[in-house]
Design a protein around this ligand. Structure first.
Ligand code: SF4
Length: 193
């Protein structure tokens, strides 16, 4: 029988099982709070999004969903008091989506914390992170999606005095922003051999 379609090892199967388990965890967490999985996922995204990415358009890009779905999702989160709109400090017309204390409490014991604990217990966090990042980047390139990486690992992340600035926008980066994810993230060039 022709088995050329079979993967060369069981990594795809492991990833599929992990994805299924994580989806199940998200579903259970969401149900506990009377929410849908996408509500919880958007909440978790906004908790990690930097100030260029805490907008409805970025939410749509990150999840590959329509703006209409994003509007409905945000309406639920705002109605439940989990997310609030905050004016930009420099441009009052521009709004940021921020978690409220109630929104942060929903995430406090959620699936991301449990996953973090499982990774620590397996002692795999540092080792696995690099490999998964490379895999994610490759799949995003295949799909033509934005990468949404962590600011500190971006090609535009530059030292400036005691802190850092974004080489793309020229704006200084507050320390807590450098650990967040960004829709403008660009993979650094691989080091020359
Ligand atoms: S350095 Fe990169 S990731 Fe950070 S804010 Fe600028 S574009 Fe976004």
């Amino acid at each position: 029988m022709d088995d050329a379609w079979l993967p060369v090892d069981d990594t795809p199967l492991l990833l599929e099982r992990l994805a299924a388990l994580l989806q199940q965890s998200v579903r259970e967490d969401a149900a506990r709070h009377g929410l849908l999985p996408i509500h919880l996922q958007v909440l978790a995204y906004l908790a990690r999004a930097n100030r260029y990415s805490d907008r409805p358009i970025a939410v749509a890009e990150y999840f590959g969903i329509t703006r209409g779905t994003v509007s409905q999702t945000l309406a639920v989160l705002e109605r439940r008091g989990l997310v609030a709109r905050q004016p930009d400090e420099r441009d009052g017309k521009h709004l940021h989506l921020a978690l409220t204390a109630a929104g942060r409490a929903v995430l406090a014991r959620g699936w991301t914390r449990r996953l973090d604990a499982a990774l620590r217990a397996a002692g795999a966090q540092a080792d696995i992170g690099e490999r998964l990042r490379a895999l994610l980047t490759a799949l995003q390139r295949q799909n033509g999606n934005r990468a949404f990486g962590v600011c500190r690992q971006c090609a535009h992340f530059l030292p400036a005095g005691d802190g850092h600035l974004c080489g793309l926008t020229g704006e200084p980066l507050a320390r807590e922003q450098t650990r967040k994810i960004c829709r403008e993230w660009t993979a650094p060039e691989p080091a020359a051999a």
